[in-house]
Design a binder for this molecule. Structure first.
Ligand code: GDP
Ligand code: IMO
Ligand code: MG
Length: 433
């Protein structure tokens, strides 16, 4: 296996960061292909916690090459902050590559994200206000700024001469009393370009050459399948293609090059932002997941909405990503619950729905139909250590029944079971097959 794509199967925050870091041990390259610093990927090494928004989760393994692909939207200020922070914590940045074609999040994108969220009323997704949507809109409308533009004063100035008056008009029409200064933006972004210049490269060439040499390349998805701009809960998702196909577009590789697609499934569901959420729990069980799972946004600190695992969502993810394998995360969080429910299908106006609907009005009215399973007890850290060491068979019987249920509903095998945030808290089933 040389090209492996890791994607979230739900609404993000499935634990992709931890899982990417885990797989990265064997990889030569770790590549981000979409999204921007709306992502928040947490990795624990020993008792140290790292949170990344833009840097690929392979960055802690400093001998690996990490790539920010053309499909990512880059806020250069955030990226430089992230690099400074990680250097301060003792990690060398030796092998970072940023696509020359990646689009740049400009100051007006962040301002417009905030303003439009306020105006959007019922359409608002509860964005991270990082300028993601407006930056992708400009990319598609063909007046974006790309990484390569930051490397040349003349090019950037020419672009800003056209762009700043347009964006100023937009702000004026919106009735905002904000004045954009071309000179300030030009200076700040050229300075960023100067600092990032050594990392900017033709990353499609780099990755294709690596694949020719049979290097292992890991493509790290951000967000999740149901936040995808085309396949997610429109208009409450994000602005990029989060599904596995996005890895081709977002890095410049052909679809035949992908060997394997892995879907990360959190053992329950969470959502940060607005929109319908059929299995959402507004009770002590939801509270239990939020508190035990630490379900507070990595990027914005917002409490995440929590609910039971929804197999309608996961089956959809199996289909649109053509998942070869699943990774189950955070199953430890459910320990201590007496009964655990899994949504099998929805009921809508006395009809059964098995396939995730496109219509948000329908989704909002869907009642989940549940299977109910018995829970399992608490385990101490030492007991988890023992179970991880012994492997899958040592897991509590009811947990294995829960996992069997997921297998049956999806028809997809599992590769890893994650039972805690640290690297060692992982049951690796790859040797079992
Ligand atoms: P991502 O956006 O998909 O990378 O996920 P986040 O990092 O936003 O959220 C996942 C959170 O759960 C992080 O705080 C992780 O450290 C933590 N985590 C990951 N896997 C596990 C697990 O198996 N069990 C527990 N208890 N926590 C986990
Ligand atoms: P990771 O990679 C969870 C959600 C926002 C909002 C919608 C649009 O950590 O899984 P945006 O700022 O992208 O325009 O917001 O998408 N969202 C996420 N939710 N995890 C994420 O990333 C997310 N990135 C965006 O809350 O509803
Ligand atoms: Mg996250």
């Amino acid at each position: 296996m040389t090209a492996i794509v890791i994607v979230g199967t739900q609404w993000g925050d499935e634990g992709k960061g931890k899982i990417t870091d885990y797989y990265a041990e064997d990889a030569d390259y770790v590549v981000r292909f979409q999204g921007g610093n709306n992502a928040g990927h947490t990795i624990m090494v020993g008792d140290e916690t790292f949170k990344f928004h833009l840097l690929p989760s392979g960055i802690l393994r400093t001998e690996k090459k990490v790539v920010i692909g053309n499909g990512v939207v880059v806020d250069p200020i955030v990226l430089l902050d992230e690099l400074t922070e990680i250097k301060k914590r003792g990690f060398a940045i030796k092998n970072l590559y940023i696509s020359d074609r990646a689009h740049v999040i400009m100051p007006y994108h962040k301002i417009i994200d905030g303003i439009e969220e306020k105006l959007k009323k019922g359409f608002k997704a509860g964005t991270t206000k990082r300028g993601i949507g407006p930056c992708y809109s400009d990319k598609i409308a063909r007046f974006g700024v790309r990484m390569i533009d930051l490397l040349d004063k003349e090019t950037l100035e020419k672009k800003l001469d056209i762009l700043i008056p347009i964006k100023q008009k937009t702000l004026d029409i919106y009735g905002e009393n904000i004045k954009l200064s071309k000179i300030d933006i030009l200076e700040e972004y050229l300075a960023c370009g100067e600092k990032l210049k050594k990392y900017v490269a033709d990353t499609s060439l780099l990755i294709n050459n690596a694949l020719d040499e049979k290097k292992m390349v890991l493509f790290e998805g951000a967000q999740g399948t149901h936040l995808d701009i085309d396949h997610g809960i429109y208009p409450f998702g994000t602005s990029s293609n989060t599904i596995a196909g996005g890895a081709c577009i977002g890095t410049g590789i052909g679809p035949q090059r992908i060997d394997k697609v892995i879907g990360v499934v959190k053992a329950y569901t969470s959502r940060v932002g607005t929109g319908p959420f059929p299995t959402e729990l507004d009770d002590e069980n939801g509270e239990y997941m939020r508190e035990k799972g630490g379900e507070y946004g990595t990027t914005t600190g917002r409490p995440r909405r929590c609910g039971w695992l929804d197999m309608v969502m996961v089956r959809f993810a199996v289909r649109v990503n053509a998942l070869d394998a699943l990774v189950i995360t955070k199953i430890d969080v459910l320990s201590g619950l007496k009964n655990i429910k899994i949504c099998r299908e929805y009921e809508h106006k006395e009809k059964i729905i098995r396939d995730f609907p496109a219509d948000m009005n329908v989704l909002a009215d869907c009642k989940p139909v549940y299977d109910e399973l018995d829970g399992w007890g608490y385990y101490s850290k030492d007991e988890w250590k023992r179970m991880v060491k012994k492997g899958y068979e040592a897991l509590p019987d009811n947990m294995k029944l829960y996992l069997d249920h997921i297998r049956k509903e999806t028809g997809v095998e599992m590769e890893l079971i994650s039972v805690g945030p640290r690297r060692w808290e992982t049951i690796d089933m790859r040797s079992h097959h």
